[in-house]
Design a protein around this ligand. Sequence first.
Ligand code: PRX
Length: 672
Amino acid sequence: MSVPSSAIESVLIENRVFPPSDAMVKCARISGMAAYNALCAQAGGDYEGFWATLARENLAWSKPFTKTLDESNAPFYKWFEDGELNASANCLDRHMGTPVENKTAIIFEADDGAVAKVTYKELLARVGQFANALKARGVKKGDRVILYMPMTVEGVIAMQACARLGAIHSVVFGGFSAKALQERIVNIGAVAVITANVQMRGGRAMPLKAVVDEALALGGCEAVKTVLVYQRTKDACNMVAGRDLTFEQALAGQSTTCAPVPVSAEHPLFVLYTSGSTGQPKGVVHCTGGYLLWAKLTMDWTFDLKPEDVFWCTADIGWITGHTYVAYGPLAAGGTQIMFEGVPTYPDAGRFWQMIERHKCSVFYTAPTAVRSLIKASEADPKVHPKRFDLSSLRILGSVGEPINPEAWVWYYKNVGGERCPIVDTWWQTETGGHMINPLPGVTALVPGSCTLPLPGLMISIVDEMGHEMPNGSGGMLVIKRPWPSMVRTIWNDPERFKKSYFPEELGGKTYLAGDGAVRSTGEATNGADRGYFRITGRIDDVLNVSGHRMGTMEIESALAAKSDLVAEAAVVGRPDDLTGEAICAFVVLKGGRPTGDEAVRIANELRNWIAKEIGPIAKPKDIRFGDNLPKTRSGKIMRRLLRSIAKGEPITQDVSTLENPQILKQLAEKL
Ligand code: PRX
């Protein structure tokens, strides 16, 4: 555990400040800094009481909890444990008999532009029917169900149906390979897989069921007794008798009424795999009560969601953002949301703006990579510039997944938000369940590139390796000092790794280590307006963030090493990229010696395709460099900081005296 130089480098001083408008302060749920401070003080005075009140106010409990927080087995914290509830009932049944019942829950826009709307009442019936279909196949409370689905309403229905039965879902992003899917199926011991024949993206149909078949054939998946297939298109796909059913077959004759199964607040709602610093992805476990509280609460706090809002989070349900801000949060809050199947650049790069105009979207939440790529596209083609569209329905913008650079922030603010919409730059992680550090629309003066202040109640700070608090202006490691309701509960099948990864002994074993570097502002450049604001400086571990997708360097290294007929050794690092935030750069030593010219290009492509098969296309390295060896110390340790410099194209200024083979640096600096 160490703070890399990137975390302590002083960041560019940003002096632009955008205070909230009077109108926004007036209408917001948390209105003004005094109200924010009052909530923080309340939590500071009675931490458990603060969360208990919110949990009672925001969730419907079938059995009320009597104990708020159990710290007796720290860091395995428990929240509201003796209370019972059902997540699906909180998202759907709860709205029946209220004005939300006939409200549109989801405006679905397909890849080809077809639009379908589903009301809360209809959604409840479809979820109930799907839950009955799962039940008929023997799926019950505690069983694990893998989803490998497109971004369609059916994906949300399947997640909600699992939750209704108390079954634990684990969604695998549709871009992961058969091998990655199989590893997750095996790790979690899934009894069923829910998928579709294909997914539609950018006018193309891409197979999903065929990948599931391939995954199941890789072995170790004997527990899977059922595969349910949504026929997204009429295209036929292979069906295995006795195991596979289309949705139509599975739903036939099933009642639309299915009583939700009450579960303990600590019953796992889902497991979502994410990358860490070893080769094996971590199954992050989230539990029903605390997670759902967070999903609902942050819809209210961060997005200040109003009954008339049309909310749109562009994230795929295969990522945590799509869990909290597509599948659960908007429904728990009784909101209307847009769900989009396709990609932002099809049929052209004006798609997002056109959809905001068409559906009168008022709260829009996307990733900096999408913003950056749309800036580039609108510079190349004025027809797709957001100014060409009527975006007057927007009132709040959001950013998630990676740092947003001030240039992209300002462009987003001006051209999409018309200089009227606050941008909530939300820092959080798969492990935190939902937003942690971000502006509140009616409270926070915005500073481009800063995620500003923690949500009320959260005890977040920046420390050095010894756990000492860093003063403003000095970078360090981001930590969360007190447990919070939506925190990761454990790593599936690996509690030891949970402790080691997030609650290191060096910090006392009870402080959550986020894995990010951060610095708080001194406020000097803004006359104190942003004093204490947080700015994230990037990961402090071997995790990369490519287009907002989390990738472990070790995962990619293991995939390369598995190509054992070709690869002798490989090291993977990240380097900054204007578009994707970070790009993957692989340094490879081949068994057959260092290739050059066309052969090097051919082998690099072969390795890229191999990685796409092992992990998924998102893990393909942008750069591959070949060497006779890797830079190593005399004790054989690969010097990654040198590789990072080479990847960036920087001259080597570091001390290389401990290097066994300094001549290798020049060779690795050569691009293909
Ligand atoms: O490095 C931080 C970055 O994304 C990581 C979490 O990735 P993941 O678990 O995939 O969740 C992404 C969706 C929340 C963090 O450790 N990150 C996320 N949001 C921001 C961010 N970095 C800077 N600013 C953000 N707003």
